[in-house]
Design a protein around this ligand. Structure first.
Ligand SMILES: NC(=O)NCCC[C@H](N)C(=O)O
Length: 253
């Protein structure tokens, strides 16, 4: 049994990616490509076979592949990204999923970015206030409620996406950097972390989590909870409001 992860190579125009909450900074595309390779190697080393969505140089933000699809077991829900500049990214993801044997479904209305969808067991929190609108939440609900998911909208105004503010550890506790979380009261088990980038974990399975190298104090805190932390430098992507979660879509068997 193998786990696969979709990834998409950085565009040659990466430096033109969108920024919303941060000040624009120059992006070193060559360095970003190295960081992306390291990120893919970290996934590979943890037992995830990376599958590349075809590169798209004309789409600066395409590397942030998580925003284009949300997986619910075998069900892949293609999104309608909230930024018009990013809508065309979905086609490449759809094609890659079809080649892997999935039959993806379209979000039946509204706007929604994958980065706004946090699944914790059968709970599905969806950030609203930035890229995702209430119609997008309602549309997602019509697709996934029959699969047994409870969809809850969560106000998200301080950062780009819900998962820029909070993600979940393998024990289903939700971690966030309090100044950036609109309302921690939405999450039954909330743990504060001391750094913005410390709020972002990719669950690699087996008690291992992938984190940004920009959050050493949060990594220490999480290691102290008994998880194995693997850190990787994604600094060039963080300049564009990207996080470790958004650079891949995990296809769990
Ligand atoms: N899920 C994510 O955190 N995606 C990051 C997207 C960053 C990109 N520059 C954007 O603004 O859409």
């Amino acid at each position: 049994m193998s786990n696969r992860a979709l990834v998409r190579p950085p565009s040659a125009r990466l430096e033109q990616g969108l920024v919303t909450h941060q000040q624009r900074q120059p992006v070193d595309v060559a360095r970003a490509r190295e960081q992306w390779q390291d990120y893919c190697h970290a996934l590979d080393a943890a037992g995830w076979d990376t599958v590349e969505v075809a590169a798209a140089d004309q789409l600066p933000d395409a590397v942030f592949v998580e925003d284009t699809v949300v997986m619910f077991g075998e069900t892949a829900v293609l999104t309608k990204p909230g930024a018009n500049e990013r809508v065309a990214e979905v086609h490449g993801t759809e094609k890659a999923l079809r080649q892997l044997g999935y039959r993806p479904v379209d979000l039946p209305g509204g706007r929604l970015d994958g980065g706004d969808v946090l699944k914790v067991g059968r709970r599905c929190y969806v950030g609203v206030g930035g890229r995702t609108d209430p119609a997008g939440v309602a549309a997602l609900r019509t697709v996934v409620a029959p699969l047994g998911y409870l969809v809850t909208a969560v106000p998200t105004r301080k950062v780009l996406h819900l998962k820029s503010a909070v993600t979940a550890l393998p024990d289903e506790s939700v971690i966030g950097h309090p100044p950036l979380v609109d309302d921690p009261g939405f999450f039954p088990l909330f743990r504060a972390v001391p750094e913005e980038a410390g709020a972002h974990v990719v669950d690699l399975g087996g008690g291992r989590v992938l984190m940004s190298a920009a959050a050493p104090r949060s990594a220490e805190l999480i290691a102290g909870l008994g998880f194995e932390v693997i850190s990787t430098d994604i600094g060039e992507f963080e300049k564009l409001e990207g996080c470790v979660t958004c650079l891949s879509v995990r296809l769990r068997d």
